[in-house]
Design a protein around this ligand. Structure first.
Ligand code: NAD
Length: 501
C-alpha cells in the first residue's frame, strides 16, 4: 500500500483532512511511493494559529537559549545525514553525494544561526544630544511562512526557517509537494533538539495552502523560492496583503568563456554545472558564451564527448553522475524545448532524448543535450529549461558577451572564465547579476554571505540567509531617551537639530 504522509503542526504529525492528495514519485522507477495530503484552507489556518500562539514565548526566549537548541539540531542533522540524503534522492532523483552536499549547505545556515546572540546585537550611541542617548534593536517580524521548490528539498527550506526562528519568529513551511519528506524529517529532529511545539510547522499543499498563507492577516512575512511566474504572483499578492515578501525565482545563468581561459578547467566546470543534478538547479549554467569562433569550436570539441559519456543512473548506483528528472511532466517539458531548439535552427550536437535504462524503463531519465550556435532570439535561450540542456552561444568579443548577460531578463548567477584580471574585474563590476563567479561556475554564497539574484530572478528587497536573512526576519526599532528626565526644556515648537542641544 502507498505510504501516506502527514503535516506537522504544533509539535506533532497530523493527518490530512481535506481528502485531497498529491502523488510523490520515485523518479528513477516512475512509481508512486507516497501520497501527500494537500491541506485545505482550514488546516493551514490551524497551523498559522498554532504558530501565532507559540510566538510570544519564543520571541521572549533569550537568543543564547535559542542558540543552544540550534547546536543540538546541527548535531542531529549530521547524525541523520545518510537518512536525510536518501530521502532527498528517493523523491528528487539526484545522486547521493549531491544530496549530501545540499544538506551540508543547509546545515551551514543552521551553524550561522547558532551565532544569533551576536547577530542580533543592537547599536547604542551615548549623547546624540544633551542628556539624550539613542539605541536600536531588532525584533522578530512575527509569524513567517516559507514556500519552497522541489529542487533543493532540504537546503532551500533551511535557507529560511533556521534564520527566521533564530531571530525569534515562528514559522509555517509549505514545502514542495513533489518531495516533502526531507523537511518533515528535519522538523522532527528540530523538535527533538528542544524546539518548543508550534515554533516550526509544516503544511503540505498546493495553491490553496499557498493562497491561505498569502492572505491570512496573522502571517507577517513570506519567503518564496521557485519559478518566476509563481514568484511574481506570490510577491504581488503578499505585498497587497500587507506582508513583507522576498521571492527568489528563475534563472538563466551564463558562463562567459574568454579565449585565454584554461580550457581543461572550463570543460570540467561546464560538465558539472550544466549537467549536475540534471540541470535542475537555479544556479546551473545553461548558457556557455564562447568569445571568439576558435573558443566556440574548441568548447564543442571538448564538451561533446564528455556530454555523450555522462553516466546517467539512479542514485542507488554509486557511479551515477546524473539522476532522472523529477517528474514525467518536467521531462516532457524539457524534451519539448529540445524539439523547439532544433526547429529554431540551433545545432543539436549531443541528443540525450530517447535514453532508456534497463530495469528503469519507466523512470524519468534523459541524457545530456548540447546545442551549438544558439542565438538570443531563440526560446531555448530566453526560457529557463531547468534540465540537462546546455546552449553554446558564440560572440565576437567580450563586450557582446557582457551585453548578452545584461540583456537577459534573469539575473541570478553568472561566471566568467579567464586568466585576465582586467576582464574579470570589468565583468564583476558591470554584469547586472546578483552572484558572480570568477573561474567558479556555481558561485552560491556561503552561509555568512547572502544569496539572491537581480532583475526577474528576485522580487523584494532582501537576499536570503546571512545578514540579509537577519534583516528580512527582524524589524528595526530605534529609541531616543533623555536621562536624567528632570531637565526642563519648555515646549518646543520647532524641529530640533541635534546640534541645537
Ligand atoms: P514552482 O514555482 O513550480 O513551485 C514552487 C512552490 O510554489 C512550490 O511549493 C509549489 O507548490 C508552489 N506553487 C506552484 N504553483 C503555484 C500556484 N499556482 N500558486 C501558488 N503556489 C504555487 O517551482 P519548482 O518547479 O518547484 O522549482 C523550480 C523553480 O525554482 C525554477 O524556476 C528554479 O530556478 C527556481 N529556483 C530558484 C532558486 C533561487 O534561489 N532563485 C532556487 C531554487 C529554485
Amino acid at each position: 500500500m502507498t505510504r501516506e504522509m502527514h503535516h506537522f503542526i504544533g509539535g506533532k504529525a497530523e493527518k490530512g483532512t481535506s481528502g485531497r492528495f498529491g502523488d510523490v514519485f520515485n523518479p528513477a522507477t516512475g512509481e508512486v511511493t507516497a501520497r501527500v495530503p494537500l491541506a485545505a484552507k482550514s488546516e493551514v489556518e490551524t497551523a498559522i494559529q498554532v504558530a501565532a500562539d507559540a510566538l510570544p514565548a519564543w520571541a521572549a526566549t533569550p537568543p543564547s537559549r535559542r542558540a543552544q537548541i540550534f547546536y543540538k539540531f546541527r548535531e542531529l542533522l549530521y547524525a541523520h545525514e545518510e537518512e536525510i540524503a536518501s530521502l532527498i534522492s528517493a523523491e528528487h532523483g539526484k545522486t547521493l553525494p549531491d544530496a549530501k552536499g545540499e544538506l551540508a549547505r543547509g546545515i551551514e545556515v543552521v551553524e550561522f544561526a547558532c551565532g544569533i546572540p551576536h547577530l542580533l546585537k543592537g547599536e547604542y550611541t551615548e549623547g546624540v544630544a544633551g542628556n539624550i542617548d539613542s539605541h536600536s534593536i531588532r525584533q522578530p517580524v512575527g509569524v513567517c511562512a516559507g514556500i519552497t521548490p522541489f529542487n533543493f528539498p532540504a537546503m532551500v527550506p533551511m535557507w529560511m526557517y533556521p534564520m527566521a526562528i533564530a531571530c525569534g519568529n515562528t514559522f509555517v513551511l509549505k514545502p514542495s509537494e513533489k518531495d516533502p519528506s526531507p523537511s518533515l524529517r528535519a522538523v522532527e529532529l528540530f523538535q527533538e533538539a528542544g524546539l518548543p511545539d508550534g515554533v516550526l510547522n509544516v503544511v503540505n499543499g498546493d495553491k490553496e495552502a499557498v493562497d491561505t498563507l498569502l492572505t491570512d492577516p496573522r502571517i507577517d512575512a513570506i519567503s518564496f523560492v521557485g519559478s518566476t511566474p509563481i514568484g511574481e504572483y506570490i510577491y504581488s499578492t503578499g505585498c497587497a496583503n500587507g506582508k513583507r515578501v522576498q521571492a527568489l525565482c528563475g534563472a538563466k545563468n551564463h558562463m562567459v568563456v574568454m579565449p585565454d581561459a584554461d580550457m581543461d578547467q572550463v570543460t570540467d566546470a561546464l560538465i558539472g554545472s550544466g549537467y549536475g543534478s540534471a540541470g535542475e538547479r537555479c544556479m546551473a549554467i545553461s548558457v556557455a558564451v564562447a568569445v571568439g569562433e576558435e573558443t566556440g569550436d574548441e568548447l564543442i570539441e571538448r564538451l561533446a564527448p564528455r556530454v555523450s559519456a555522462l553516466k546517467v543512473a539512479p542514485y542507488t548506483d554509486p557511479e551515477s553522475e546524473m539522476g532522472p528528472i523529477v517528474s514525467r511532466e518536467a521531462l516532457d517539458k524539457i524534451m519539448g524545448y529540445v524539439d523547439t531548439g532544433i526547429k529554431e535552427g540551433a545545432e543539436l550536437v549531443v541528443d540525450g532524448r530517447g535514453l532508456s535504462l534497463q530495469g528503469y524503463e519507466d523512470g524519468f531519465f534523459m541524457g545530456g543535450c548540447l546545442f551549438d550556435r544558439v542565438t538570443p532570439d531563440m526560446k531555448i535561450y530566453t526560457d529557463e529549461i531547468f534540465g540537462p540542456v546546455l546552449s553554446v552561444v558564440r560572440t565576437k568579443n567580450y563586450d557582446q558577451a557582457l551585453k548578452l548577460v545584461n540583456d537577459h531578463e534573469y539575473g541570478n548567477g553568472a561566471a566568467i572564465f579567464t586568466r585576465d584580471g582586467d576582464t574579470a574585474r570589468d565583468f564583476t563590476s558591470n554584469a547586472r547579476i546578483g552572484m558572480i563567479g570568477v573561474n567558479v561556475p556555481i558561485p552560491v554564497p556561503v552561509a555568512y554571505y547572502s544569496f539572491g539574484g537581480w532583475k526577474r530572478s528576485l522580487f523584494g528587497d532582501h537576499h536570503i540567509y546571512g545578514m540579509e536573512g537577519v534583516r528580512f526576519y527582524t524589524r528595526l526599532k530605534t529609541m531616543t531617551s533623555r536621562w536624567p528626565s528632570g531637565i526642563r526644556t519648555g515646549a518646543e515648537f520647532h524641529f530640533k537639530r541635534s546640534s541645537d542641544h
